[in-house]
Unconditional design. Structure first.
Lengths: 271, 169
């Protein structure tokens, strides 16, 4: 017994190191699985608070560019409205299931292999985990943690993220991955060899999940190849959103997301 | 005297964390290189101080950085590792005499300082990037990030040590 106690006292540093190292490794592995990355996030009052003070100061530096981006968006929306009045119908075709909540990015990373953004709105503004986030130009990411006043977004520039995407011109769909090489290029996988692919094709979101409505812009095909013995294309997609300067974003909430998810869960549990 | 040391350590902890998360994490040199200055806390922790306490503080330090950068526990793991490995690095670079109270990192010869800082930074970065990328197939990316980020961290740390060392004239 005494021997054991002596052993512990003699090696207390090593044992403490092992314990804490194991804890951090567990946290790391936890954060690799998307649905569990909730323990240590920047969406808490301390880091969220520090980041919002920071963004309160640094926001002034790029007001001009941000204004320009927002003006461009207004222009585009006005063009759509003007064209709609000419057609006089089609308002009923709009999908009214989706709600848009505007938010501001208070922290942004794009240089690591797993990037996140922090938003200045949280549960109090009815943001929830699994909501999609878009900018005026295209897809940004998916919320993976919320606190009362802040939310953390898993960016599309994250090796764990995988958004369902399809071609605008056809219904062939695949998944968006990121190979960490460039901050504006993501990879579209699992597009079958049958699909017609050309450089310059527009990639949009697939309406299959409740996260994004169908047809939100993602990017254009900038490069593609397929080895003769493989069934799938390897496609590079250049994003419309400049992930390095994204400031104003919209969070998309689906009116029936809770209901649909519960239903899907029930089916899964029954199996 | 003891009290003074504690306050210095607390101030150092907070200012290094803020410098790291507000400034250095956003440098993104050539797209992906960020220098890491915060391990300096572990490097300049009193040489005769309590080792268990250092390991624990390193964990808290890393976890704080992780919280700000949404990275799970990668910084905590790397910090705990170098806090544990510090005595070895100290012995290797300054000789056994580091345990005597006379040695100060900022007054040691520059070559010894460089060896110590480089060894610790490389250890820190290799653990950090292996944990962050977590993929054996990407070993080249791990080594590349370790090397480039390491060079910048070492330069930054040497300058910081010079800047804050009191002249013993």
């Amino acid at each position: 017994m005494q021997q054991i106690i002596f052993f512990f006292i003699r090696n207390k540093n090593f044992l403490l190191f092992l314990l804490l190292f194991a804890v951090s490794t567990a946290l790391t592995i936890n954060s690799h699985s998307y649905h569990k990355s909730k323990f240590v996030t920047s969406a808490n009052f301390l880091s969220g608070g520090v980041y919002s003070v920071k963004s309160g100061i640094t926001d002034y530096f790029d007001l001009e560019t941000q204004n320009e981006i927002l003006t461009k968006e207004n222009e585009r929306l006005r063009a759509i409205i003007a064209n709609m009045e000419v057609e006089e119908t089609s308002t009923t075709l709009l999908d009214t299931n989706y709600n848009f909540i505007s938010a501001k990015v208070i922290n942004n990373s794009y240089g690591r292999s797993k990037n996140h953004l922090t938003l200045n709105k949280g549960e109090n503004d009815s943001l929830k985990v699994d909501m999609g986030v878009i900018s005026s130009q295209g897809v940004v990411g998916i919320i993976n943690a919320v606190s009362n006043n802040y939310a953390s977004v898993q960016s599309v520039l994250n090796t764990n993220s995988s958004v369902v995407a399809k071609f605008k011109k056809s219904d062939h769909f695949g998944y968006l991955d990121w190979d960490t090489q460039q901050a504006n290029v993501v990879q579209l996988t699992e597009i079958p060899r049958l699909a017609p692919v050309a450089i310059g094709d527009t990639i949009v979101t697939h309406g299959r999940s409740t996260i994004f409505p169908e047809g939100v812009l993602i990017g254009t095909v900038s490069n593609f190849e397929r080895n003769p013995d493989e069934d799938y294309y390897a496609i590079d997609v250049t994003l419309f959103t400049d992930m390095t300067s994204v400031k104003h974003v919209y969070v998309i909430s689906h009116r029936d997301a809770g209901e649909i998810k519960q239903l899907e869960k029930e089916v899964e549990d029954a199996e | 005297m003891q009290n003074n040391e504690t306050i210095v350590n607390i101030v150092r902890f907070i200012s290094l964390v803020l410098a790291q998360v507000l400034v250095l994490n956003h440098i993104n040199l050539w797209g992906y290189i960020n220098p890491y200055l915060y391990p300096l806390f572990i490097l300049v922790y009193p040489l005769t101080g309590n080792k268990s306490l250092l390991i624990f503080l390193a964990f808290i330090l890393g976890l704080t950085i992780d919280m700000f950068s949404d990275s799970g526990g990668v910084h905590a793991a790397a910090s705990v590792f170098i806090a544990w490995a510090r005595p070895v690095a100290l012995k290797y670079s300054f000789g056994v005499s580091y345990q005597l109270n006379t040695l100060k990192i900022s007054t040691a010869p520059l070559s010894q300082q460089l060896i110590y800082i480089t060894a610790m930074v490389l250890l820190h970065n290799i653990v950090l990037f292996s944990m962050e990328i977590f993929n054996v197939n990407q070993i080249l990316l791990i080594l590349k990030s370790t090397l480039f980020s390491g060079i910048f961290s070492v330069i930054l740390m040497v300058f910081t040590v010079m800047l804050f060392s009191r002249k013993s004239s």
